[in-house]
Design a protein around this ligand. Structure first.
Ligand SMILES: Cc1cc2nc3c(=O)[nH]c(=O)nc-3n(C[C@H](O)[C@H](O)[C@H](O)COP(=O)(O)OP(=O)(O)OC[C@H]3O[C@@H](n4cnc5c(N)ncnc54)[C@H](O)[C@@H]3O)c2cc1C
Length: 427
């Protein structure tokens, strides 16, 4: 285990969170704290240690989750935004104008931050949850160049954040882009906490979010013991549990390996006939050699049974009419993502049928530039149909959906941002 690996059991927690495991808000706060590296202590509402604090704020379940901040302040009920504010994480931008604004601090955004600020651009990155993006939730990335024994997503993200900040990038967390509009050639950006600033170029690096599983009743139980993705904050709490993971890609495989270290049994549910086409061989080998991971191919979830929490999955096997029930303490759904391109669409960026942002030469058809394009030159590589607005990483049409690819695109985007700035400066 490296110094960067973490779980949700800090030695000296400064923040105390009291609630029920079944609360989606409590999950969001735990995820936010864990992924931002903020130690916290979780106390279940029925634990005797919770009694005095609950009595102080009023014995009312609607006030859960309660968050006790390091200065003793109580938030009841606590939300991610309030906790971020209470921990002093919502500083406003230091400047009113930047050369480059990056929306999303996953691998693509962080790479652009490092290259942009190291090359002298006044750079700001805005992140809705925590730096690292999807990669930050990954237990071990084993195919990233230069790390022969793998690197945890958290370590990669932590190192990148330190590097970007050392070069002068400002990183704002717990806020998302609310609006963007042109102000002359510059872009005016407004964030969800009403902060505003301008940028001469913008990089959209907002990645993807998990695809939804279409099973009746699932939305009612989300955040109780059913989750999209497999956040590191939950692994340690699955000690001796019977965990099910849906999905056949690398993210599902990584989650299975991570949870197998804590859970009594991990069942990987896969619709396809085999994992070979969708999962990297190294993960497949790891899964095959892990005794408490059971892979069920040709299997779909067709129903849920529970009582406010999931208790059993109803499974159907392709080609048979029999249904099987699987006792399950927690279900993690890792079935790929859909692009987070609402901001891009809001500004007028062209997307493909799947919602991915189209860039560069793919916007030009037979030498005809995209509708509304006003410049003499065609869009630069990674530039959208809006001059000065670029896209990189998983959110981009045609991207490879790998860390290295996202990082490469983030770095490349900065080269094209320089070209755009030279153009604005009349170079
Ligand atoms: C569990 C898991 C395991 C994986 N394993 C591997 C692996 O082993 N090897 C590999 O190469 N790849 C792996 N991947 C894929 C890899 O993590 C992604 O390809 C990579 O993270 C994409 O980077 P990105 O920066 O484009 O997007 P993301 O990582 O999705 O980051 C986008 C960021 O933008 C933020 N954001 C979104 N909208 C807004 C907004 N409006 N305002 C502000 N911020 C916003 C999000 O919160 C997020 O932090 C894995 C992915 C997962 C989920």
């Amino acid at each position: 285990m490296t110094m960067f690996e973490y779980d949700s059991r800090p030695v000296t927690p400064q923040v105390v969170l009291i609630g029920t495991r079944a609360s989606p808000v409590a999950y969001a706060v735990r995820d936010f704290l864990t992924r931002n590296g903020r130690p916290y202590e979780w106390i279940d509402v029925d634990d005797v240690r919770a009694r005095s604090i609950i009595a102080e704020v009023g014995d009312d379940r609607s006030l859960l989750p309660i968050c006790v901040l390091p200065d003793g302040a109580r938030l009841a009920p606590a939300s991610v935004e309030q906790v971020a504010f209470g921990l002093g994480m919502l500083a406003p931008p230091l400047q009113s104008a930047y050369d480059l604004a990056i929306v999303g601090a996953g691998p693509a955004g962080l790479a652009a931050a490092v290259y942009g600020s190291s090359e002298g651009l006044a750079t700001i990155a805005v992140e809705a949850v925590a730096p690292g993006g999807q990669a930050g939730t990954t237990s071990m990335i084993e195919n990233y160049l230069g790390f022969p024994t793998g690197v945890s997503g958290n370590e990669l993200a932590t190192r990148a954040v330190l590097q970007a900040r050392r070069f002068g990038t400002e990183i704002l967390v717990a806020r998302h882009l609310a609006r963007a509009s042109y102000e002359g050639h510059d872009l005016k950006l407004e964030l969800s906490d009403s902060c505003e600033f301008t940028a001469r170029a913008v990089l959209l690096a907002t990645g993807v979010e998990w695809r939804r599983l279409n099973v009746e009743g699932i939305d009612d139980l989300l955040g109780t013991n059913i989750f999209y993705g497999a956040g590191p904050s939950e692994a340690a709490s699955c000690g001796n549990a019977r965990v099910a993971i849906v999905g056949g890609g690398n993210s599902a495989g990584q989650a299975a390996v991570r949870f197998s270290k804590y859970a009594a049994r991990v069942t990987l549910l896969v619709r396809a006939e085999s994992l070979a086409a969708s999962m990297s061989q190294y993960l497949l080998d790891r899964i095959t050699h892990t005794e408490n991971i059971d892979v069920r191919t040709c299997t779909e979830i067709v129903g849920l049974e529970g009582d406010g929490q999931l208790r059993r999955l109803v499974l159907s096997r392709t080609g048979t009419r029999d249904l099987e029930r699987l006792d399950t303490d927690a279900l993690f759904i890792c079935i790929g993502g859909t692009p987070r391109s609402a901001d891009a669409v809001g500004v007028g960026a062209i997307t493909d049928a799947g919602g991915y942002v189209v860039t560069g030469y793919e916007l030009v058809e037979g030498n005809v530039p995209p509708k509304g394009w006003t410049l003499q030159r065609p869009p630069l590589p990674l530039e959208t149909n809006l001059p000065g607005i670029f896209a990189a990483g998983d959110v981009r049409h045609g991207s490879i959906k790998r860390c290295a690819a996202a990082i490469g695109e983030g770095a490349m985007a900065v080269a094209f941002v320089h070209r755009r700035l030279e153009e604005l400066d009349g170079g």
